[in-house]
Design a binder for this molecule. Sequence first.
Ligand code: GDD
Length: 321
Amino acid sequence: MSRTALITGISGQDGSYLTELLHEKGYRVHGTVACKAPGIGETPPHLHYCDLGDGGNLDTILDEVQPDEVYNLAAQSHVRLSFDLPVYTADVTGVGTLRVLEAIRKHQRRHNRNVRFYQAASSEMFGEVSESPQRETTPFHPRSPYSCAKVFAFWQTVNYRESYDMFATNGILFNHESPRRGEAFVTRKITIAAARIKLGLQKSLKLGNLEARRDWGFAGDYVEAMWLMLQHDEPLDLVIGTGETHSVREFLEEVFAYHDLDYHDFVEFDAALQRPAEVSLLCADASKAHKVLGWEPKVSFTQLAHMMAEADLEAQQVHGG
Ligand code: GDD
């Protein structure tokens, strides 16, 4: 019998790739969207409106959908924005996860059934890192309202696993990008601007800190890790990343060079785009995920930068101007 998945925040980048993967595997896929969420990627067959800042209809959604697996991807996920909206971010990203966990716990009891839960935890939780690369045992030191909310959600997930014997897991995902990445994140901001500059549609690009280093992978690879975590025989918390770290400047160089451009001619520094506290270095040690799940990233940093540069060039050729 085909299985059913519920994805909160289905209209985001990861929701769209995960929906495609689960459809390929024969799942029925339901998803929640907040009222104002824009639709991207494949349109899911069954949509439910739900804002995790409220969550009042989660019980009804779970009873209706009867999911075997829940992927909690909904969040206020922009780090810099979380400094402007700290309480909102704590509510949606942090307490929102608790609302989902509690709704699942009650649903399981009402219907005497088991639901597997995946929490989209984040490498931002490592923050001011105490060791590199970061692995499952690296202590958290969050550096933003966003990552503080993610740490809260992480421990709630662990607590529901330990208290109620729930199959609840945390995927500690490092940055993952794609042509479907939200336009306010640095990689996509760069690939859109570079394409527009190449086509003569834009003259310059304003950026903040170019020295921050991130472990950037391809979102399509990472949703496979999410799914594998819920197929494993025991619930675990796992680090998912490539093990390579690059600066924002390196991504910039790679993308502009792809268009035969020198970024120095176009990029301006804007102090307003800096964060009150920055995470300077992230680099994953995903050896446990490799060992336990057999998971490995397939797309390299250069392939990712070129894939995004090319996709935005095509998009701007069609829709730019
Ligand atoms: N967004 C943005 N815009 N970032 C900039 C800019 C800019 O103009 N200029 C420099 N940066 C730097 C940021 O300061 C940060 O160090 C780095 O680029 C990456 O920023 P983002 O792409 O916004 O991502 P993030 O690393 O803060 O967070 C993303 O990854 C996390 C996983 O580690 C988000 O997807 C989070 O939701 C996710 O948890």
